[in-house]
Design a protein around this ligand. Sequence first.
Ligand code: FRU
Length: 466
Amino acid sequence: MATVEPDIRPVYHFTPRQGWINDPNGLVYFKGQYHLFAQHYPHDVRWGPMHWLHAVSDDLIHWQELPIALAPDADGMFFSGSAWYDADNRSGLGTVENPPLLLFYTLAGDRPQSQHIAWSSDGIHFQYDNQNPVVENPGIIDFRDPKVFFDPKGKRFHMVVAAGNHVEFFVSDNLRSWSYTGQFGPEGNHCPGVWECPDLFPLECEGRTYWVLLVSHIRPRESGGPKTQYFVGQFDGRSFQCTQPEAAPVWLDPGLDNYAAVSFSGVPFPLVIGWGSNWDYATSLPTQHYKGQMTYPRALRLLATSQGLRLAASPWPDLSRLSSAQPTLVIDQPGTTSALANPAVIRIQAQGAFQVRLSNDCDEHWSIQLSDDNELILDRQFATKDIFWPETPDDVFSRVRISRTSSPSCSLTLFLDRTNIEVFADDGLIACHQLLFARQPYDQLLVEGEATVTVKDLTGDAIILD
Ligand code: FRU
């Protein structure tokens, strides 16, 4: 297997110091810092007995890894879950002066999956609740990934849990005694199979409050593999009702490398991070000492479109506001190749069909194209050559095609990092993360068609917000 030398890392996307990561867990803003936990196997670069990795950040750009928060033992391993800062010490696990941070996780392994709590008074060292499990397994094999949220209307705590081919809801006043209140699905779902990593949060659109349910699905390799679907509707304090039925699944990210995205608690708007990889090839990524990365955080909004209510995403914080990231290059002459900084923010203002192509001296290139049929095409067929999937160079994982409904003019922002790119277009209605390993960084950019391109250099010490 070809490897990328040296063990290249993205600059502003989270990667583990060593070992494997998958789903983000327990995203929470706690005492002035963002905490990111993640499914983690520290001893090898493949999935193994699951630990919870722990990292903190002041700005969501620079991360510091802390000691592992939860490690498997004879009782089982630690599957995905969420965090809640119990500021009023409703659980009684901390004190009023020093309220606890609670982690809700699934204990899994050679046992029925059930929901448990670990808690901490310093946000670093965790101990187990002696009332565990707080939600017993009801006889469902796949019963996991608890997400805890607060309903401001009913003023109670709720937990949504993936339960086979649907989600189940539980309610609590003290975050420790939970009772079942209802379920959503599988009706209305267009993805048969097991549901994973649910999340539910309110969002306003045109003066009304809706609730958005995220659910991740493992899908067949032929259709591009795992993806995160969302439903828009209402939450009545007992369960979710989808009020905006769709003829086909609506995805949080139409790309191939964004799974199990969930939102932070303690942040007053939905701010999500996903696992920036894909179960179908995650283990064959060309890095040696670590495997897996997170997407850049995205703030979500709900917009009314001609297709119905849709999520729109903005990178948060906005990297294009970097003080030292002045526009270094403006290209308005089609057909010219320019030197490209990497990492960089690339803005494209297109009046119609265009192509922007990133390349290096190893005969590798990645392109984004707006076709005459108003389709955005992200093409990495020649971007990573035989690095990712040597056996199937032209398979389903090479190209992402996204149909646009708006006018042919299009404004896009591309966030290029050293192993991936994130594309935001049409006010965030299109938001796509794509892995992009190359033997050498892409350092050339070619513009063709009706587009003006501006590049901001993010190299050096540039990753500092205003
Ligand atoms: C999703 C998932 C979760 C589970 C975890 C195990 O990627 O399968 O449902 O908790 O990964 O690592």
